[in-house]
Design a protein around this ligand. Sequence first.
Ligand code: HEM
Ligand SMILES: *[C@@H]1O[C@H](CO)[C@@H](O)[C@H](O)[C@H]1NC(C)=O
Length: 483
Amino acid sequence: MWLAVVVVVVAILYLASRKPRGYPPGPPRLPLVGYLPYLNPHLPHKQLWGLSSTYGPVVGLYFGTQPVVVVNGWEAVKEALLNDDLNGRPENVFFTILYKQQRGVMFVEGDLWKEQRRFALHQFRNLGFGKRSHEAVVHDETRALLQEIRKAEGSITLWEMLGVSNLIILWAVMGGKRLERSDDRLWDLVVRLNSVFRAGDISGGLVQSFPFIRHFLPKDHRFNVVNDGFRLVNDYIKEAIDEHRKELDPNDPRDFIDLYLIEMDKQKDSRDTTFEEVQLLASCSDIFAAGTETGSATVSFAILLMTLYPEVMAKVQKELDEVVGRSRLPSIEDRSKLPYTEATLNEVFRFRGAAPVTVPHKAMKDAILQGSRIPAETMVIVNLYSVMMDPEYWSDPHTFRPERFLNPDGTLRKDERLIPFGKGRRACLGESLARMTSFILFTSLAQHFNFTLDPSVPVPNTEGKSGFTLGPPEFKVFTKERL
Ligand code: HEM
Ligand SMILES: *[C@@H]1O[C@H](CO)[C@@H](O)[C@H](O)[C@H]1NC(C)=O
């Protein structure tokens, strides 16, 4: 009898630690938990990259029972991002809970994704995302931010202030209204989004494999922090959509929500339409969540790095003084005349991009990558950090050095391996907006202030803080007005 039990247990453990034939090489598979007990929540992108020195560019492992392939290094990353069979998205439990299905743009795939992504990109272009007409909105918001910094006493925490700026700028396009910085709800949203992005975890944790365990987790468990945060964002947007519904004038759409509602009405008799209210809600949540924390992290890191590399800040300020002067805000038209400043922002994106790994991809069907077989439904984690910090390509990658993006004649040097927004059909939907917003916020700050670190808050680790994305470490700065 006991022998039978032992045989059965051993057989189950054996089966649960097996990998499919031809699975990419990787660490041994533990039953039920896979690689999770080893995964370091602090800077996992570095650890996952490290596996490549043993197993090669394409590493096969398991998060819980979920098969996962990690892709490191330029050749493999490029091949993965350009292979459309690897452009799916794994199921996201938070969306399953909130919407009962995968909805929005970021976590959907196939025809739903194609249609929704195309619509969003098209309307963003119409609304002037990343273009001159949008610049006025960014400028207004920048002026309000500068004013707030001037009025602040003592040292300031930048990520919060910049998060509010990014939120207001995004909302101007999504929801039409110019929100006020004095609105407490905005600050609450920014703080909550930040805790969501820090509590989040690229692996999804054990809940991803065993969703039922979420019912047994304590209230302050990171799973619940993320879940409650997404719900708050969702409620905020739901309210705005209801208001838009009441005020809608089909002949005079004001913003993304209006344009979406009009498209919904247009398609309401079509049986296979993907334009539904829950889609609108989820897409807005995606864009809101994707754009606020990443944008604030980028500019916060940029200022932090300026305090650590004051010679770079001095050169940026000199270039700004010469090209823009001090009597007006920098504009996107100035970008081409500010190669050193552009190179500095490129170096920030390379050095501390907000997304060290992409949003997880998924193999839509059996696929081949660098000669390895990737079974359908495998999660694919594409490591952008391994491309942008590769010592074989970039000399001294851990030195912050904008000059690497300049040609000998001082013009901007483009590099195909600078891919902070990803590459291919899944690349970031907000890239042009994010680049433009970061450019104007960063240059306006540099134009107006000198920044120095507040020594009362020791900078713990300039590598940043992981989560769904990479955020800056805790730091505070003193500002001194230059104008
Ligand atoms: C500096 C800021 C940003 C960075 C570094 C960044 C980076 C990225 C990256 C690496 C991806 C994943 C690509 C992949 O899965 O292969 C992504 C996806 C996405 N981003 Fe961004 N992003 C930024 C700002 C924004 C903004 C402002 C928006 C909103 C307008 C946005 C909206 C999205 C969306 C909707 C997706 C999903 C696209 C899809 O699945 O088709 N992002 N972003
Ligand atoms: C700002 O810093 C530069 C050196 O980087 C210095 O020359 C300048 O005087 C400073 N300006 C103010 C107002 O402190």
